[in-house]
Design a binder for this molecule. Structure first.
Ligand code: TUI
Length: 316
């Protein structure tokens, strides 16, 4: 399946893995890249040395292109940018901010830059700053989200920029990928479904919550802080929502949520963990190798796009 994204990144399929903080390590990234997608190691708020080790591990596990996701709200974002330059990673995706200042140095080093954008204005800004593509991420996604849905955001971003657009948010199977391509996207970014990849090394409690989630199983907390995040309903999200209703001070909210993602990923702490996942969690019902997930999605999208009318019984 060749698109501008497979050409840009040298991958077999235009399927990028989401840059899930604390979750996306060398094991997952390499498995996705070996499966023909583009794996990402999450920078998150981790120390540079930890990410360097993960990059080295991934280089041992795969010879295919992989990347690093840089969370721009993190204090060490600029150090991670330098690390990606030094390590010559194939691609950097960014989230939770505007990467403009970092783009020239990354491009100079041959690193492709693909910012996540939640709006047309930020997509245009990324294009002006020299981004190679953008990821238009709808609010169906897990973790930190914008306001717009994937269905509304993707075609508007596609109309607004010349660079290729990757759709994200609420995509977990071939139907979602085919729909994204019909909206004008040249590829997709998938996070939640990879939480159930065999090579995804999260706690069993986290995996079980994703596998048993229903369609309405996620909620958004943190609107009061200006950084809303979607995750699976839990003891913590119930408390956070109650506190938000009572008008909690945003700084106090941040304190309640601090460290909760790590507690979910590493400890499977059902009391204090934040189990970030997208709305599509209800469709993720079994653990599979990452390569199998990618092949299934790509094969199904291709079949749907080639035979859409016949399959759906639409007559013209
Ligand atoms: O970044 C994500 N998803 C994330 S980051 C994360 S870690 C975190 N934890 C707690 C609170 C906040 C973050 C967990 N999940 N997705 C990409 C994304 N980027 N979503 C929204 C944005 C975004 C938002 C604002 C991109 C640019 C932006 O620009 C604002 C500006 O003024 O520059």
């Amino acid at each position: 399946m060749n698109t501008q994204i497979t050409k840009l990144l040298g991958a077999k399929y235009p399927i990028l893995q989401g840059g899930m903080a604390w979750v996306a390590n060398a094991s997952l990234a390499a498995a996705v890249s070996n499966g023909g997608g583009v794996g990402l190691i999450a920078g998150g708020a981790a120390p540079v040395d930890v990410i360097r080790q993960e990059i080295h591990k991934a280089k041992e596990l795969t010879h295919r292109p992989f990347g690093v996701n840089i969370m721009l709200m993190s204090d060490n974002a600029s150090d991670l940018v330098q690390l990606c330059i030094d390590e010559k990673v194939a691609v950097v995706t960014t989230g939770a901010g505007t990467p403009g200042a970092f783009i020239p140095a990354l491009k100079e080093a041959g690193v492709k830059v693909i910012p996540v954008v939640p709006s047309v204005a930020l997509a245009k800004r990324a294009e002006r700053a020299g981004a190679d593509a953008v990821i238009a991420e709808g609010m169906e996604s897990g973790g930190h989200i914008g306001e717009l849905t994937t269905m509304a955001l993707v075609p508007q971003v596609c109309d607004a920029v010349e660079i290729p657009v990757i759709a994200a948010g609420g995509i977990a199977d071939g139907r979602g990928m085919a729909a994204a391509i019909m909206l004008g996207a040249q590829g997709v970014q998938i996070g939640t479904r990879f939480l159930a990849a065999r090579e995804c090394e999260i706690s069993q409690a986290y995996k079980d919550l994703v596998l048993s989630a229903k369609d309405t199983g996620t909620v958004v907390t943190g609107r009061c802080t200006g950084h809303p995040c979607r995750g699976i309903r839990s003891r913590l999200t119930r408390e956070l929502l109650e506190q938000e209703k009572d008008g909690i001070d945003p700084a106090e909210f941040e304190k309640l949520a601090a460290g909760s993602l790590r507690m979910a990923v590493q400890d499977g702490d059902l009391e204090r963990g934040s189990f970030f996942a997208g709305q599509i969690a209800g469709m993720v019902t079994r653990e599979q190798p990452a390569a199998e997930i990618i092949k299934e999605i790509a094969t199904s999208a291709k079949q749907l796009l080639q035979n859409a009318c016949m399959i759906r019984g639409i007559d013209f």
